[in-house]
Design a protein around this ligand. Structure first.
Ligand SMILES: Cc1cc2nc3c(=O)[nH]c(=O)nc-3n(C[C@H](O)[C@H](O)[C@H](O)COP(=O)(O)OP(=O)(O)OC[C@H]3O[C@@H](n4cnc5c(N)ncnc54)[C@H](O)[C@@H]3O)c2cc1C
Length: 346
């Protein structure tokens, strides 16, 4: 028998998850189709959110609009899935020189940085070299994305549905204004497939500039929870003595293979500031779905009125997904405009 849903969502990374949540909040029903790819960007990512780009001494894109309310956004999602996934852990950015310190001594007292930065002298561990001190970045932390994705999909029960499979375009039929996929009928379809846009004919006009990234999971002989040291490479405490270390940016080799080159680069940069012993537990690679202008891509795929896309989250999916999924849902349901600089086809 036919099951009716309002939206079919293809892909359940951080984009598809947030989109589904925003739709369910608006009393819409969804079918999610996701093939559970262990190398998807969302499953490889560190999951860090950071309102600052300290090296360039500027705020991240939409920092003031997005970051102060981010943990509240995730708390709402945590209530829905009944699982804690966001951890407020300040990033400790290690300053590189005395002039870096002097600059931040001034900037940290100045708008707009004052609400995001505190200058500190202490080191988290004798194994972390920080002779010029650190800045602590407020409104920063990390999200355990794989845990979020897995618990969210388990919460998808009738009248919502989840299919763990590759979306087969040949099975998608259009009748008038409706889509039929297997035994599901829907009014609209939204593609949230990250970098895997190539084989999908609705997405043939979507262009990304993907960036491969590699990360290591390591075990240390020490623990220092609740802070994320960073200088080029982040050092994210996952639990006890297990840390995620990364990441690299690569635009030519876009395979999902982890490489010796990637590992060497991570270790070289990390060991400039970390001197302790470690054991490598895992090495992974994924492809960030970045756009050419580094902004998200959302909205209607022309000439269709009921086919949509949510993509281009690049290296900031954790922070951008809540804000822009809401913008897309407001557009799809209430006809509100999508900001021009993120609109599909800009
Ligand atoms: C090494 C690395 C480190 C990163 N670190 C961070 C970080 O610290 N903080 C941060 O915010 N971001 C980080 N990112 C970026 C972040 O991962 C992305 O912004 C985000 O995950 C993109 O989410 P998405 O849902 O758009 O795409 P994806 O995560 O790629 O999700 C797409 C989903 O669609 C599914 N799919 C695709 N095609 C099909 C199909 N035909 N049928 C069925 N299912 C399909 C895939 O299986 C997948 O589940 C990092 C990325 C990498 C690679």
């Amino acid at each position: 028998m036919n099951k009716k849903v309002d939206f079919i969502i293809i892909g359940q990374g951080i984009a598809g998850t947030w989109l589904a949540f925003q739709l369910i909040k608006q009393n819409k029903t969804v079918l999610i189709v996701d093939e559970r790819n262990s190398n998807s960007s969302s499953r490889v990512a560190g999951g860090i959110y950071n309102p600052l780009i300290p090296k360039r001494q500027r705020l991240a894109y939409l920092a003031q609009e997005i970051y102060p309310s981010l943990s509240n956004d995730y708390q709402e999602l945590e209530q829905f899935i009944n699982e804690k996934v966001l951890f407020e852990s300040p990033i400790q950015y290690i300053l590189e020189s005395q002039s870096d310190y002097n600059n931040w001594a001034t900037l940290s007292q100045t708008e707009p940085f004052i609400q995001f930065v505190k200058l500190k002298d202490e080191s988290l561990s004798p194994n972390i070299l920080s002779p010029f001190g650190v800045i602590e970045i407020l409104n920063s932390g990390w999200v355990n994305i794989p845990l979020l994705l897995d618990t969210f999909s388990k919460k998808i029960v009738a009248p919502n549905y989840f299919l763990n499979q590759t979306f087969d375009e040949d099975l998608l039929q259009t009748t008038g204004d409706k889509f039929q996929y297997q035994d599901f009928e829907s009014n609209a379809i939204v593609y949230c497939v990250g970098n895997q846009i190539k084989a999908l004919k609705h997405l043939e006009n979507l262009t990304l500039k993907p960036a491969k990234g590699e990360v290591l999971t390591v075990q240390l002989n020490e623990t220092f929870s609740n802070h994320i040291p960073q200088q080029g490479i982040f050092m994210l405490p996952i639990n006890e003595q297990t840390f995620r270390i990364g990441s690299t940016f690569e635009w030519v080799d876009l395979s999902v293979e982890a490489t010796v080159k990637g590992k060497t680069e991570i270790l070289h940069k990390w060991q400039k500031y970390y001197t302790g012993d470690f054991k490598i537990l895992e090495h992974k690679a994924g492809i960030r779905p970045s756009s050419k202008d580094r902004k998200p891509i959302l909205g209607k795929i022309k000439p269709y009125h009921n086919v949509f896309v949510f993509n281009g989250l690049g290296s900031k999916g954790v922070a951008l997904a809540p804000y822009f999924s809401k913008m897309l849902v407001d557009n799809m349901i209430h006809g509100r405009a999508i900001e021009r600089d993120v609109e599909m086809g800009r």
